[in-house]
Design a protein around this ligand. Structure first.
Ligand code: NAD
Ligand code: UDP
Length: 319
Protein backbone atom coordinates (compact mmCIF):
# COMPACT_ATOMS: atom_id res chain seq x y z
CA UNK A 1 0.00 0.00 0.00
CA UNK A 2 1.25 3.48 -0.89
CA UNK A 3 1.05 5.75 2.16
CA UNK A 4 2.50 9.19 1.31
CA UNK A 5 0.11 12.06 2.01
CA UNK A 6 -0.96 13.68 -1.25
CA UNK A 7 -0.45 10.47 -3.27
CA UNK A 8 -3.13 9.52 -5.74
CA UNK A 9 -4.71 6.45 -4.15
CA UNK A 10 -6.68 3.77 -5.93
CA UNK A 11 -9.86 3.41 -3.94
CA UNK A 12 -12.79 0.99 -4.08
CA UNK A 13 -16.14 2.25 -2.79
CA UNK A 14 -18.70 -0.53 -2.38
CA UNK A 15 -22.24 0.80 -2.33
CA UNK A 16 -20.92 3.71 -4.38
CA UNK A 17 -24.16 4.54 -6.21
CA UNK A 18 -26.06 4.98 -2.93
CA UNK A 19 -26.68 8.21 -1.04
CA UNK A 20 -23.46 8.42 0.99
CA UNK A 21 -21.36 6.37 -1.45
CA UNK A 22 -22.05 8.64 -4.42
CA UNK A 23 -21.08 11.77 -2.44
CA UNK A 24 -17.96 9.97 -1.22
CA UNK A 25 -16.95 8.98 -4.77
CA UNK A 26 -17.23 12.63 -5.88
CA UNK A 27 -15.22 13.83 -2.88
CA UNK A 28 -12.44 11.28 -3.46
CA UNK A 29 -12.18 12.26 -7.14
CA UNK A 30 -12.05 15.95 -6.13
CA UNK A 31 -9.15 15.04 -3.83
CA UNK A 32 -7.17 13.60 -6.72
CA UNK A 33 -7.81 9.89 -6.26
CA UNK A 34 -8.73 7.10 -8.65
CA UNK A 35 -12.11 5.61 -7.72
CA UNK A 36 -13.79 2.32 -8.51
CA UNK A 37 -17.46 2.38 -7.58
CA UNK A 38 -18.94 -1.09 -7.09
CA UNK A 39 -22.68 -1.54 -6.65
CA UNK A 40 -25.47 -3.90 -7.67
CA UNK A 41 -28.00 -1.00 -7.73
CA UNK A 42 -30.18 -2.71 -5.10
CA UNK A 43 -31.08 0.58 -3.36
CA UNK A 44 -28.71 2.88 -5.26
CA UNK A 45 -29.03 4.47 -8.69
CA UNK A 46 -26.72 5.21 -11.60
CA UNK A 47 -28.30 8.69 -11.67
CA UNK A 48 -26.30 9.45 -8.52
CA UNK A 49 -22.98 8.93 -10.34
CA UNK A 50 -23.93 10.00 -13.89
CA UNK A 51 -21.89 13.22 -13.49
CA UNK A 52 -18.79 11.14 -12.62
CA UNK A 53 -18.89 8.65 -15.47
CA UNK A 54 -16.88 10.82 -17.91
CA UNK A 55 -14.05 11.29 -15.37
CA UNK A 56 -11.05 9.20 -16.49
CA UNK A 57 -10.23 8.41 -12.86
CA UNK A 58 -13.66 6.90 -12.24
CA UNK A 59 -14.97 3.45 -13.04
CA UNK A 60 -18.32 1.85 -12.25
CA UNK A 61 -18.60 -1.91 -11.81
CA UNK A 62 -22.05 -3.46 -11.47
CA UNK A 63 -21.42 -6.29 -9.01
CA UNK A 64 -23.08 -7.89 -6.00
CA UNK A 65 -20.43 -7.95 -3.25
CA UNK A 66 -21.95 -11.06 -1.71
CA UNK A 67 -20.27 -12.78 -4.70
CA UNK A 68 -16.45 -13.08 -4.94
CA UNK A 69 -14.93 -9.68 -5.79
CA UNK A 70 -12.22 -9.36 -8.43
CA UNK A 71 -10.32 -6.12 -9.06
CA UNK A 72 -7.38 -5.86 -11.45
CA UNK A 73 -4.15 -4.31 -10.21
CA UNK A 74 -3.27 -2.71 -6.89
CA UNK A 75 -5.75 -1.17 -4.49
CA UNK A 76 -4.93 1.19 -1.62
CA UNK A 77 -8.19 1.79 0.23
CA UNK A 78 -11.60 0.09 0.41
CA UNK A 79 -14.62 1.98 1.74
CA UNK A 80 -17.18 -0.78 2.35
CA UNK A 81 -20.59 0.93 2.29
CA UNK A 82 -22.70 -1.65 0.46
CA UNK A 83 -25.87 -2.37 2.47
CA UNK A 84 -29.48 -1.27 2.51
CA UNK A 85 -29.65 1.51 5.11
CA UNK A 86 -33.23 2.74 5.32
CA UNK A 87 -35.40 0.79 7.78
CA UNK A 88 -38.03 0.44 5.04
CA UNK A 89 -35.41 -1.03 2.67
CA UNK A 90 -33.91 -3.47 5.12
CA UNK A 91 -37.30 -4.63 6.36
CA UNK A 92 -38.18 -5.39 2.71
CA UNK A 93 -34.77 -6.96 2.03
CA UNK A 94 -33.95 -8.88 5.22
CA UNK A 95 -31.92 -11.68 3.66
CA UNK A 96 -29.99 -9.41 1.28
CA UNK A 97 -29.22 -7.19 4.28
CA UNK A 98 -27.87 -10.09 6.34
CA UNK A 99 -25.92 -11.42 3.34
CA UNK A 100 -24.27 -8.13 2.43
CA UNK A 101 -23.27 -7.49 6.06
CA UNK A 102 -21.81 -10.98 6.43
CA UNK A 103 -20.80 -12.47 3.04
CA UNK A 104 -20.29 -9.05 1.45
CA UNK A 105 -18.07 -7.87 4.29
CA UNK A 106 -16.16 -11.18 4.19
CA UNK A 107 -15.49 -10.75 0.47
CA UNK A 108 -14.49 -7.10 0.88
CA UNK A 109 -12.11 -8.01 3.73
CA UNK A 110 -10.70 -10.89 1.66
CA UNK A 111 -10.01 -8.38 -1.11
CA UNK A 112 -8.32 -6.03 1.40
CA UNK A 113 -6.11 -8.93 2.48
CA UNK A 114 -5.24 -9.94 -1.09
CA UNK A 115 -4.37 -6.35 -2.06
CA UNK A 116 -2.86 -5.27 1.29
CA UNK A 117 -5.38 -2.42 1.19
CA UNK A 118 -6.68 -0.38 4.11
CA UNK A 119 -10.34 -1.19 4.83
CA UNK A 120 -13.09 1.01 6.29
CA UNK A 121 -16.43 -0.46 7.35
CA UNK A 122 -19.51 1.77 7.25
CA UNK A 123 -21.16 0.61 10.47
CA UNK A 124 -24.06 2.30 12.19
CA UNK A 125 -25.54 3.74 15.37
CA UNK A 126 -27.97 0.79 15.09
CA UNK A 127 -25.29 -1.39 16.72
CA UNK A 128 -26.45 0.38 19.93
CA UNK A 129 -30.05 -0.78 19.24
CA UNK A 130 -32.60 0.94 21.48
CA UNK A 131 -29.93 2.43 23.72
CA UNK A 132 -30.07 2.45 27.50
CA UNK A 133 -27.06 4.76 27.69
CA UNK A 134 -27.38 8.34 26.48
CA UNK A 135 -25.62 9.83 24.59
CA UNK A 136 -24.00 6.79 23.00
CA UNK A 137 -20.23 6.50 23.20
CA UNK A 138 -18.18 3.80 21.50
CA UNK A 139 -17.68 1.92 24.79
CA UNK A 140 -21.43 1.12 25.04
CA UNK A 141 -22.23 -2.47 23.97
CA UNK A 142 -25.79 -1.75 22.91
CA UNK A 143 -29.30 -3.12 23.41
CA UNK A 144 -30.33 -5.04 20.29
CA UNK A 145 -33.27 -7.42 19.80
CA UNK A 146 -31.56 -9.95 17.52
CA UNK A 147 -34.82 -11.65 16.48
CA UNK A 148 -36.87 -8.50 15.91
CA UNK A 149 -37.41 -7.20 12.34
CA UNK A 150 -34.68 -4.55 12.72
CA UNK A 151 -32.29 -7.23 13.95
CA UNK A 152 -31.41 -8.15 10.35
CA UNK A 153 -29.61 -4.82 9.95
CA UNK A 154 -28.31 -4.40 13.48
CA UNK A 155 -26.89 -7.90 13.71
CA UNK A 156 -25.45 -7.79 10.18
CA UNK A 157 -23.52 -4.66 11.15
CA UNK A 158 -22.49 -6.07 14.53
CA UNK A 159 -21.22 -9.21 12.75
CA UNK A 160 -19.45 -7.01 10.18
CA UNK A 161 -17.67 -5.12 12.99
CA UNK A 162 -16.63 -8.41 14.63
CA UNK A 163 -15.35 -9.77 11.31
CA UNK A 164 -13.45 -6.56 10.58
CA UNK A 165 -11.63 -6.72 13.90
CA UNK A 166 -11.01 -10.46 13.46
CA UNK A 167 -9.29 -9.73 10.13
CA UNK A 168 -7.27 -7.02 11.82
CA UNK A 169 -6.23 -9.25 14.73
CA UNK A 170 -5.68 -12.43 12.72
CA UNK A 171 -4.31 -11.16 9.42
CA UNK A 172 -2.99 -7.74 10.42
CA UNK A 173 -5.32 -5.95 7.98
CA UNK A 174 -5.32 -2.20 8.51
CA UNK A 175 -8.98 -1.58 9.37
CA UNK A 176 -11.27 1.29 10.40
CA UNK A 177 -14.87 1.21 11.68
CA UNK A 178 -17.17 4.23 11.32
CA UNK A 179 -20.38 4.13 13.38
CA UNK A 180 -22.51 6.43 11.27
CA UNK A 181 -25.49 8.23 12.86
CA UNK A 182 -28.48 9.59 10.89
CA UNK A 183 -27.17 11.41 7.84
CA UNK A 184 -29.17 13.42 5.31
CA UNK A 185 -28.73 15.49 2.18
CA UNK A 186 -29.10 15.66 -1.57
CA UNK A 187 -29.35 12.38 -3.50
CA UNK A 188 -31.44 10.63 -0.84
CA UNK A 189 -34.08 8.57 -2.63
CA UNK A 190 -37.44 10.31 -2.47
CA UNK A 191 -39.22 7.09 -1.53
CA UNK A 192 -36.57 5.44 0.65
CA UNK A 193 -38.87 5.76 3.65
CA UNK A 194 -36.42 7.55 5.93
CA UNK A 195 -37.65 10.49 7.90
CA UNK A 196 -35.97 13.28 5.90
CA UNK A 197 -37.25 12.25 2.43
CA UNK A 198 -40.68 11.44 3.88
CA UNK A 199 -41.17 14.71 5.78
CA UNK A 200 -39.71 16.88 3.02
CA UNK A 201 -41.74 15.39 0.17
CA UNK A 202 -44.90 15.38 2.29
CA UNK A 203 -44.39 19.01 3.36
CA UNK A 204 -43.63 20.18 -0.18
CA UNK A 205 -46.63 18.38 -1.68
CA UNK A 206 -48.96 19.58 1.08
CA UNK A 207 -49.64 15.97 2.08
CA UNK A 208 -50.00 14.85 5.72
CA UNK A 209 -46.66 14.58 7.54
CA UNK A 210 -46.48 11.09 9.04
CA UNK A 211 -45.02 11.09 12.55
CA UNK A 212 -44.57 7.56 13.89
CA UNK A 213 -45.61 7.03 17.51
CA UNK A 214 -46.12 10.23 19.50
CA UNK A 215 -42.98 11.77 17.99
CA UNK A 216 -41.15 11.92 21.33
CA UNK A 217 -38.35 9.64 20.05
CA UNK A 218 -35.17 11.56 19.28
CA UNK A 219 -32.59 11.56 16.51
CA UNK A 220 -29.53 13.70 15.69
CA UNK A 221 -29.02 14.61 12.04
CA UNK A 222 -25.71 15.12 10.24
CA UNK A 223 -25.38 16.81 6.85
CA UNK A 224 -23.78 14.71 4.12
CA UNK A 225 -20.69 16.88 3.45
CA UNK A 226 -19.68 16.57 7.11
CA UNK A 227 -20.16 12.80 7.02
CA UNK A 228 -18.00 12.43 3.92
CA UNK A 229 -15.10 14.38 5.45
CA UNK A 230 -15.49 12.34 8.66
CA UNK A 231 -15.21 9.08 6.71
CA UNK A 232 -12.18 10.33 4.79
CA UNK A 233 -10.46 11.62 7.95
CA UNK A 234 -11.08 8.28 9.64
CA UNK A 235 -9.59 6.38 6.69
CA UNK A 236 -6.46 8.58 6.90
CA UNK A 237 -6.21 8.19 10.69
CA UNK A 238 -4.61 5.31 12.57
CA UNK A 239 -7.67 4.52 14.72
CA UNK A 240 -8.57 0.82 14.62
CA UNK A 241 -11.42 0.77 17.15
CA UNK A 242 -14.89 2.10 16.15
CA UNK A 243 -15.46 5.85 15.93
CA UNK A 244 -18.90 7.53 16.10
CA UNK A 245 -19.58 9.98 13.26
CA UNK A 246 -22.67 12.16 13.50
CA UNK A 247 -24.05 15.49 14.62
CA UNK A 248 -24.76 15.61 18.38
CA UNK A 249 -27.61 18.15 17.97
CA UNK A 250 -30.53 16.02 19.16
CA UNK A 251 -34.25 16.66 18.68
CA UNK A 252 -37.58 14.92 18.95
CA UNK A 253 -39.21 13.73 15.74
CA UNK A 254 -42.28 15.88 16.36
CA UNK A 255 -40.07 18.98 16.63
CA UNK A 256 -38.29 17.86 13.47
CA UNK A 257 -41.63 17.56 11.64
CA UNK A 258 -42.59 21.10 12.65
CA UNK A 259 -39.17 22.43 11.66
CA UNK A 260 -39.42 20.93 8.16
CA UNK A 261 -43.01 22.09 7.78
CA UNK A 262 -41.96 25.66 8.60
CA UNK A 263 -38.93 25.52 6.32
CA UNK A 264 -41.09 24.33 3.41
CA UNK A 265 -43.71 27.03 4.16
CA UNK A 266 -46.20 24.16 4.19
CA UNK A 267 -49.70 23.92 5.61
CA UNK A 268 -49.57 20.09 5.79
CA UNK A 269 -51.27 18.59 8.82
CA UNK A 270 -49.23 16.33 11.09
CA UNK A 271 -50.69 12.84 11.49
CA UNK A 272 -49.60 10.10 13.87
CA UNK A 273 -48.96 6.51 12.70
CA UNK A 274 -47.88 3.35 14.50
CA UNK A 275 -44.34 3.35 15.78
CA UNK A 276 -42.29 0.65 13.98
CA UNK A 277 -41.25 -2.31 16.16
CA UNK A 278 -38.04 -1.67 18.14
CA UNK A 279 -37.76 1.93 16.88
CA UNK A 280 -35.03 3.39 19.13
CA UNK A 281 -36.47 5.91 21.63
CA UNK A 282 -33.36 8.08 21.72
CA UNK A 283 -30.23 8.51 19.66
CA UNK A 284 -27.41 11.00 20.06
CA UNK A 285 -23.76 10.42 19.23
CA UNK A 286 -21.03 11.17 21.73
CA UNK A 287 -18.36 12.41 19.30
CA UNK A 288 -15.65 13.10 21.88
CA UNK A 289 -13.49 10.42 20.27
CA UNK A 290 -13.94 11.74 16.71
CA UNK A 291 -12.98 15.22 17.94
CA UNK A 292 -9.89 13.82 19.70
CA UNK A 293 -8.54 11.32 17.19
CA UNK A 294 -9.75 12.83 13.90
CA UNK A 295 -9.95 16.53 14.79
CA UNK A 296 -13.41 16.24 13.22
CA UNK A 297 -16.80 17.64 14.11
CA UNK A 298 -19.75 18.70 11.96
CA UNK A 299 -19.41 22.17 10.43
CA UNK A 300 -22.78 22.53 8.68
CA UNK A 301 -25.66 23.64 10.90
CA UNK A 302 -28.89 21.66 10.78
CA UNK A 303 -30.77 24.61 9.24
CA UNK A 304 -28.18 25.11 6.52
CA UNK A 305 -28.18 21.39 5.68
CA UNK A 306 -31.97 21.21 5.69
CA UNK A 307 -32.25 24.22 3.36
CA UNK A 308 -29.86 22.68 0.81
CA UNK A 309 -31.65 19.34 1.03
CA UNK A 310 -35.06 20.98 0.68
CA UNK A 311 -33.89 22.56 -2.60
CA UNK A 312 -32.99 19.08 -3.84
CA UNK A 313 -36.40 17.71 -2.94
CA UNK A 314 -38.11 20.73 -4.53
CA UNK A 315 -36.44 19.80 -7.81
CA UNK A 316 -37.15 16.08 -7.36
CA UNK A 317 -40.82 16.59 -6.50
CA UNK A 318 -41.38 19.48 -8.91
CA UNK A 319 -43.01 21.49 -6.05
P1 NAD B 1 -28.11 3.59 0.30
O1 NAD B 1 -29.17 2.55 0.35
O2 NAD B 1 -28.39 4.86 -0.40
O3 NAD B 1 -26.77 2.99 -0.33
C1 NAD B 1 -26.37 1.66 -0.13
C2 NAD B 1 -25.78 1.16 -1.44
O4 NAD B 1 -25.34 -0.21 -1.27
C3 NAD B 1 -26.80 1.16 -2.58
O5 NAD B 1 -26.27 1.82 -3.70
C4 NAD B 1 -27.04 -0.31 -2.85
O6 NAD B 1 -27.41 -0.58 -4.18
C5 NAD B 1 -25.70 -0.91 -2.45
N1 NAD B 1 -25.76 -2.34 -2.16
C6 NAD B 1 -26.60 -2.98 -1.32
N2 NAD B 1 -26.35 -4.30 -1.33
C7 NAD B 1 -25.34 -4.50 -2.20
C8 NAD B 1 -24.63 -5.64 -2.65
N3 NAD B 1 -24.94 -6.88 -2.22
N4 NAD B 1 -23.62 -5.49 -3.55
C9 NAD B 1 -23.30 -4.25 -4.01
N5 NAD B 1 -23.94 -3.13 -3.62
C10 NAD B 1 -24.95 -3.26 -2.73
O7 NAD B 1 -27.68 3.85 1.81
P2 NAD B 1 -26.73 4.98 2.43
O8 NAD B 1 -27.55 5.83 3.29
O9 NAD B 1 -25.90 5.59 1.38
O10 NAD B 1 -25.82 4.09 3.38
C11 NAD B 1 -24.50 3.73 3.00
C12 NAD B 1 -23.84 2.96 4.14
O11 NAD B 1 -23.79 3.76 5.31
C13 NAD B 1 -24.59 1.67 4.51
O12 NAD B 1 -23.63 0.67 4.81
C14 NAD B 1 -25.35 2.06 5.77
O13 NAD B 1 -25.54 0.95 6.60
C15 NAD B 1 -24.40 3.08 6.38
N6 NAD B 1 -25.15 4.02 7.25
C16 NAD B 1 -25.90 5.02 6.70
C17 NAD B 1 -26.61 5.88 7.53
C18 NAD B 1 -27.41 7.03 6.99
O14 NAD B 1 -28.01 7.78 7.77
N7 NAD B 1 -27.48 7.26 5.69
C19 NAD B 1 -26.58 5.69 8.92
C20 NAD B 1 -25.84 4.64 9.43
C21 NAD B 1 -25.10 3.81 8.59
N1 UDP C 1 -40.21 8.47 11.24
C1 UDP C 1 -41.41 9.11 11.29
N2 UDP C 1 -42.14 9.29 10.13
C2 UDP C 1 -41.68 8.87 8.93
C3 UDP C 1 -40.43 8.22 8.86
C4 UDP C 1 -39.72 8.02 10.03
O1 UDP C 1 -41.88 9.52 12.37
O2 UDP C 1 -42.39 9.08 7.93
C5 UDP C 1 -39.45 8.30 12.48
C6 UDP C 1 -38.98 6.87 12.75
O3 UDP C 1 -39.98 6.14 13.43
C7 UDP C 1 -37.75 7.12 13.61
C8 UDP C 1 -37.19 8.43 13.05
O4 UDP C 1 -38.26 9.05 12.35
O5 UDP C 1 -38.11 7.30 14.95
C9 UDP C 1 -36.02 8.22 12.10
O6 UDP C 1 -36.42 7.27 11.13
P1 UDP C 1 -35.53 6.85 9.89
O7 UDP C 1 -36.34 5.86 9.12
O8 UDP C 1 -35.04 8.05 9.18
O9 UDP C 1 -34.23 6.15 10.48
P2 UDP C 1 -33.81 5.48 11.87
O10 UDP C 1 -33.20 6.58 12.65
O11 UDP C 1 -34.99 4.90 12.58
O12 UDP C 1 -32.84 4.46 11.45
Amino acid sequence: MRVCAGDMMKILVTGGTGFIGSHLCGYLLDNGHEVICMDNLLTGSKDNISHLLSNKNFEFINHDVTEFITIDGPLDYIFHLASPASPVDYLELPIQTLKVGSLGTHNALGLAKAKNARFLLASTSEVYGDPQVHPQSESYWGNVNCIGPRGVYDEAKRFAEALTLAYHRTHGIDTRIARIFNTFGEKMRMNDGRVVPNFMTQALKGEPITVYGDGSQTRSFCYISDMVTGLYNLMLSSEIEPVNLGNPEEMSIIDFANRIKKLAGSDSEIVFKDLPIDDPKTRQPDITKARRVLGWEPRVSLDEGLKKTMEWFRVMTGY
